[in-house]
Ligand binder design. Structure first.
Ligand SMILES: [Zn+2]
Length: 394
């Protein structure tokens, strides 16, 4: 367990991080606070990469595996500050809870990882095998796993711990997600003479109905590879007396283990080809959405929105090593999967690195009004991260 001073330190660091507003692409305030704290706590190196991710490292005296603790430092915006009972950026403590945007998702976990690394180094006198990395990752909220690619390329970790909320349980997988864009191309004309044009929205209506008949893929643990329409747009907009020449529909596709960019689009393309063969006026195309955002460093981050699913076996050695250590410390974690998408999409899904999730708090507090973290969870997860280091750095 943490001593009183260690408890106060992790609470204080969490509060300092929450006080820095850090919407995606504006994480510089959090990076500055983390850098100062990591340096003060005796990290061996602290670097900031081109996307503005911060990576702190503590090396043991003996060679061994590299373990990376990953926590994103961006948050979703506060939409209606007036509805909050506590200022979302004041990090007020009321009834043993810290209130504020990002407390549960996931500045509490980032504070706990940072403190746990420093505590472990102090307790062992750095006499351990391997290296501990703590990464504060940018641009996760709409871009899971893209900024993380730069981190795994720089660190080459053997293990990754995702600190997203899990109530101190172990998460060994998740569905991934992709954003699929379906576009129809028509021919504009005056809407007083619609027969002279091709209405791209009518064409899209047929396509949407046809796509709904596709059977979802299925995985015995992760469930269905859901394909759900999330938005639709036509052009020109507004279409004053013009038959629309363009229509774009976006689909959210939840990805199962082993699904690839090609395998996910194949049945959709086959269906669209069939529809086009039946209707010579139909022009339709499916592709992945591409995201492009500015980083706080001024650089751009870009990627297709395709974030794979992943799943490990609970009998895997590294899962059992961590589970056993946490049990020995008096915790009682269950081993399940995340219900949402995390940076694990990159580490486990793309790079094949042994990854699991372990975080404080409940996942349903993320993105909510009056988001908070219980200090008890914050302190306990910091203790658990120490257990993870003990279990894996051998
Ligand atoms: Zn999160």
């Amino acid at each position: 367990m943490l001593n009183k001073e260690q408890e106060q330190t992790v609470v204080r660091l969490c509060q300092e991080l929450v006080k820095q507003r850090s919407y995606s692409g504006e994480e510089q305030g959090v990076v500055k606070v983390l850098k100062e704290n990591m340096e003060q706590m005796g990290f061996d190196s602290v670097t900031v990469d081109k996307y503005g991710n911060i990576i702190g490292c503590i090396k043991g005296n003996r060679p061994g595996p590299k373990i990376l603790f990953d926590g994103h430092i961006d948050t979703v915006p506060v939409q209606d500050a007036g509805k909050w009972e506590h200022d979302p950026f004041a990090a007020e403590i009321v009834d043993d809870k810290i209130y504020g945007r990002g407390t549960s998702d996931m500045k509490g976990a980032v504070a706990a990882m940072t403190c746990a690394a420093a505590n472990f180094a102090a307790a062992t006198g750095k006499d351990f095998a391997g290296e501990i990395y703590v990464a504060g990752v940018v641009h996760e909220e709409c871009f899971e796993g893209v900024a993380a690619r730069a981190i795994s390329a720089a660190v080459h970790p053997d293990y990754v711990v995702i600190g997203e909320a899990s109530q101190l349980n172990l998460k060994i997988g998740q569905r991934g997600r992709a954003e699929i864009v379906v576009e129809t191309f028509g021919k504009p004309c005056h809407s007083a003479n619609p027969e002279k044009g091709i209405n791209a929205v009518y064409k899209m209506a047929k396509v949407i109905e046809a796509i709904r008949t596709l059977e979802p893929t299925h995985h015995p643990v992760l469930g269905d590879g859901i394909l759900e329409l999330t938005d639709i747009k036509s052009a020109p907009y507004p279409g004053a007396s013009v038959v629309p020449e363009y229509c774009r529909a976006t689909y959210d596709r939840r990805l199962l283990v082993g699904e690839t960019k090609e395998s996910v689009l194949a049945p959709i393309n086959a269906l669209l080809d069939k529809l086009m063969a039946e209707d010579p006026q139909l022009k339709v195309k499916a592709s992945y959405a591409v995201g492009r955002e500015k980083c706080h460093t001024g650089n751009e981050i870009e990627g297709e929105r395709f974030f794979p699913g992943w799943l490990y076996d609970e009998k895997d050695e590294f899962v059992q090593a961590v589970y056993g250590e946490l049990k020995a410390m008096g915790y009682d974690p269950s081993i399940t999967q995340y219900n949402f998408c995390t940076n694990g999409s990159h580490y486990a899904g793309e790079a094949g690195i042994k990854t699991f999730g372990l975080g404080p708090s409940r996942e349903n507090l993320a993105h909510t009004i009056n988001e908070y973290i219980e200090i008890d969870q914050l302190v306990k997860v910091c203790d658990c991260y120490g257990g993870v280091m003990k279990a894996l750095l051998k």
